[in-house]
Design a protein around this ligand. Structure first.
Ligand SMILES: Cc1cc2nc3c(=O)[nH]c(=O)nc-3n(C[C@H](O)[C@H](O)[C@H](O)COP(=O)(O)OP(=O)(O)OC[C@H]3O[C@@H](n4cnc5c(N)ncnc54)[C@H](O)[C@@H]3O)c2cc1C
Length: 363
């Protein structure tokens, strides 16, 4: 490689200082790009910066977020980015994204019936559409479309109602005929002989999947860059509250003062609220997904069957990702059996994959 070309790459990839120039802030982040990839390849990838720091907790913060999942990290990231509140700590008892965030089925969509849900999820979907660029981190957002199958006349009526409501909210949604579904997913058995014949489907083309842990890592990197302290392996065990005002939290790494505390711990919300002395009107339920061993690409969209209560997609690594929402599978074969019922064409592949030695459950 010529020296001038190398100099060009080095100039092109030199970090821009877009952090605030105070002594306390972390060092500016390297930009991830094709240029930095090539430049680091030349150095055998020895010079990559850490994506986020692992600081000791400070005595006190303006805001503490309990929970280092996608929501806690997003809260910290947008507090810093949109509101300039950077004296923030995210306190996580395990590792980043080790809760629901690292074990979900990665679906991102906004095809909701009710206005409130539709607008909330549409805002989120729009954020996802620019998230990789915003974070300078590839969250592998793939707008591969989400199909919801209808198997009965009633399903079709409910589907039309939903699609029209979604359209009235200005969100993309359309109805497909069995022929159009067959063209889109050749693997599906769209014949009238199927155990659950497919009468139609709704499709949100902008829906899809995102690499779940990359979302956590990208948000963590972006928050850290703006001065947020991310503290892992630190469990919150209690609160200090004086005259009804929070003073801080007790943790396995000692007391940390805070003016405000956000509880962003998903299924543990009731537990943490209990520590703070109040009850939440919430119940937590376990939810499991089945992930097969990787197989060759067979499915490039997300297929859901609300009637059969199962949905299936294929990860970029090739795994089939199956979930039975609403209740727990009776046994480990149930998601596969349900997938067979709703998407009979998947049967051999789903069995081959799921009965294989390396299948695993994500509780
Ligand atoms: C199997 C499955 C499939 C799913 N599929 C989808 C899907 O396809 N699409 C979708 O949009 N959603 C899906 N979800 C839901 C989605 O994953 C969650 O809503 C989301 O990840 C919640 O993020 P969170 O940051 O609120 O919680 P979490 O990611 O669970 O993070 C909470 C964090 O709080 C930490 N914590 C708990 N107690 C303490 C404590 N005392 N001190 C410190 N830290 C503590 C935990 O360790 C955890 O890391 C699925 C969920 C599951 C389980």
């Amino acid at each position: 490689m010529s020296e001038s070309l190398l100099t060009f790459w080095q100039d092109a990839t030199r970090c821009k200082n877009y952090s605030q120039p105070t002594g306390r802030l972390p060092p500016m982040k390297q930009r991830y790009s094709i240029f930095s990839l090539v430049r680091n390849a030349l150095n055998y990838h020895a010079d990559w910066q850490e994506a986020w720091r692992s600081p000791d907790p400070k005595p006190a913060y303006d805001v503490i977020i309990i929970g280092g999942g996608g929501h806690g990290l997003a809260t910290a990231y947008y507090l810093a980015k949109e509101h300039g509140i950077t004296n923030v700590a995210v306190i996580e008892k395990g590792w980043l994204g080790g809760g629901n965030t690292g074990r979900n089925t990665t679906i991102v969509r906004s095809n909701y019936l009710w206005d409130e849900s539709a607008h909330l999820y549409e805002h989120s979907l729009k954020l996802f559409e620019g998230l990789s660029q915003d974070l300078n981190y590839n969250v592998m957002f793939s707008q591969r479309g989400i199909l919801n199958l209808a198997h009965t006349v009633h399903d079709m009526q409910a589907l039309r109602r939903r699609v029209y409501a979604i359209q009235l909210n200005g969100i993309d949604s359309e109805i497909l005929t069995p022929a159009q579904i067959q063209e889109m997913v050749p693997l599906l058995d769209c014949s009238s002989n199927a155990r659950y014949p497919i009468m139609g489907a709704s499709l949100q083309r902008r829906g899809g999947t995102a690499r779940h842990d990359a979302v956590a890592w990208g948000l963590a990197r972006g928050a850290d860059e703006r001065g947020v302290d991310i503290i892992q392996n630190c469990e919150v065990t209690g609160f200090k509250i004086v005259n009804g005002t929070v003073q801080g939290i007790e943790t396995t790494r000692g007391f940390i003062g805070a003016k405000k505390v956000g509880i962003v711990v998903a299924g543990h919300s009731g537990v943490i609220a209990g520590m703070a002395g109040f009850r939440l009107p919430l119940e937590s339920h376990p939810l499991q997904a089945l992930v097969s061993e990787p197989i060759k690409p067979i499915l490039d969209t997300v297929v859901m069957s609300p009637q059969v209560h199962v949905y299936v997609s294929q990860s970029d690594k090739g795994e089939l990702v199956l979930l039975c929402p609403g209740r727990q599978p009776a046994d480990r074969g149930e998601p596969v059996e349900r997938a067979d019922r709703s998407v009979p064409g998947l049967q051999p592949a789903a069995h081959a994959a799921a009965v294989g030695r390396h299948r695993r459950y994500l509780p």
